[in-house]
Design a protein around this ligand. Structure first.
Ligand code: PMP
Length: 423
């Protein structure tokens, strides 16, 4: 069905004004005008079940977060060159969610900036430049991170100091030794080229690689391999962090490792641009001795208020527990679809971070996945796809998602798979 005239006009205006690098979701883009909880509303008043926006982790327009932002914005908004308690109160509360080794935190506005900063710290402290990332990783928009984000579609190899390793496989690598052996080989290859390693940088749920969560602990041998070669381990928690995995606040914790640095963003302010990098103080001691840091907007009082309010809601509404409970139910229901639809090959994930791999026999069902995502959109349920072949449904609803929303989502997948003979 072609988009209506007003949608076509908006698309044309957008292309004219924003240029060609931007991408829209869905064959029929959605023109959203309002959000509330797990729901988004379009200009015509239609309601969509949002099962994709991990930024609005406590639900769209949560009143407690909005009120905190508005209250602080009405009083003062400056930056970190003045003394202010808000950033310190927030830093204390945020750091309390980390292992004691990660004792300091620096604030940015985006996940990209947090990763960029972590990279600078890693390079300063190791004296190396090399970085190992996964084959379909995404870590951000800066020049340095675009080189570490092969999912952007850059030609391989990305840059001389970058080594790509295959994403961990859910089957056949129960101990993580296969993944670790790839990391080891990448570091050996780096050494052969005379490049010193600085970091192993991974998204701890491997979102853009297609969502790989199990078994917990599989990351550990790879981290040990990186450290043995002199590299630091940076856990990118921009996607899995803040309770989404349903066990504690952070994805790395499921793997029983303590990173050298942790980057976070997206859900941190429920849509307000706040991000951060937590680190071992000994690293920041060295970095701080050589560089100074100022980020005009990073860690301002309004951002700190937003971050604090998000933590309030996660705690008060027991959203980590909800992510675990609802996520388990959602995975069970999706897994049950395997009996009804040949295409559904594997359901993976932790908490409310779920990947559903669609295959036809041995082949990635990429075309069918795109069709399904669009069929779901026509049914007013929003999800997307990930993975090197874009054949993994990516499902990451707000952490307030309930059983009733789960039923709506699974019924939509079931019906959409039957529709137009996708299956
Ligand atoms: N790391 C990961 C794993 C991400 O998914 C993203 C954003 N999609 C980023 C970093 C970059 O965050 P931002 O868009 O806030 O710069």
């Amino acid at each position: 069905m072609p988009a209506d005239t007003s949608t076509q006009q908006l698309i044309a205006r957008r292309n004219r004004l924003l240029g060609p690098a931007y991408r829209l979701f869905y064959e029929q883009p959605v023109h959203v005008v309002r959000g509330e909880g797990v729901w988004l509303y379009d200009a015509a008043g239609n309601r969509y079940l949002d099962a994709y926006n991990n930024v609005a982790c406590v639900g769209h327009c949560h009143p407690h977060v909005i009120e905190a932002i508005a209250r602080q914005a009405a009083v003062l908004n400056t930056h970190t060159r003045y003394l202010h308690e808000a950033i310190l109160d927030y830093a204390e509360r945020l750091l309390a969610t980390f292992p004691a080794e990660l004792g300091q935190v620096m604030f940015t506005c985006t996940g990209s900036e947090a990763n960029d900063l972590a990279l600078r710290v890693a390079r300063t402290c190791t004296g190396g430049t090399g970085v190992v990332v996964t084959r379909t990783a995404y870590h951000g928009v800066t020049g340095a991170l675009a080189e570490l984000s092969p999912s952007l579609g850059l030609p391989e190899p990305t840059a001389p100091h970058v080594r790509l390793v295959p994403a961990p496989q859910s089957a056949g690598d129960q101990t993580g030794e296969v993944f670790a052996s790839h990391v080891r080989a990448a570091l050996e290859d780096m050494a052969l080229s005379g490049i010193r390693p600085a970091a192993l940088l991974v998204d701890t749920i491997f979102s853009s690689d297609g969502v790989f969560a199990d078994p917990p602990g599989f990351l550990r041998p790879a981290v040990e391999a990186a450290r043995a070669a002199g590299a630091l381990f940076i856990a990118d928690e921009v996607q899995p962090g803040f309770g989404r995995c349903g066990e504690g606040m952070w994805g790395f914790a499921r793997h029983g490792v303590v990173p050298d640095m942790v980057t976070m963003g997206k859900p941190m302010g429920n849509g307000h641009p706040i991000a951060a990098m937590a680190a071992r103080p000994e690293l920041l001691k060295e970095f701080g001795a050589r560089s100074r840091y100022f980020n005009t907007f990073g860690g301002n009082p309004v951002s700190a208020a937003a971050g604090m309010a998000v933590l309030d809601v996660i705690e008060r509404q027991s959203l980590v527990e909800n992510a675990r409970r609802t996520g388990t139910y959602l995975r069970e229901r999706l897994t049950a679809l395997r009996a009804r639809h040949e295409l559904v090959a594997e359901v993976r994930g932790a908490g409310l971070f779920i990947g559903v791999e669609l295959r036809r026999g041995d082949s990635a069902a990429a075309g069918e996945t795109t069709k399904l995502v669009n069929a779901m959109r026509r049914r007013h349920v929003l999800i997307s796809a990930a993975g090197p072949s874009a054949n993994v449904l990516k499902i990451r609803p707000p952490l307030t998602f309930g059983m009733e929303h789960t039923d709506l989502l699974v019924e939509a997948v079931d019906q959409a798979l039957q529709e137009n003979s996708i299956d």
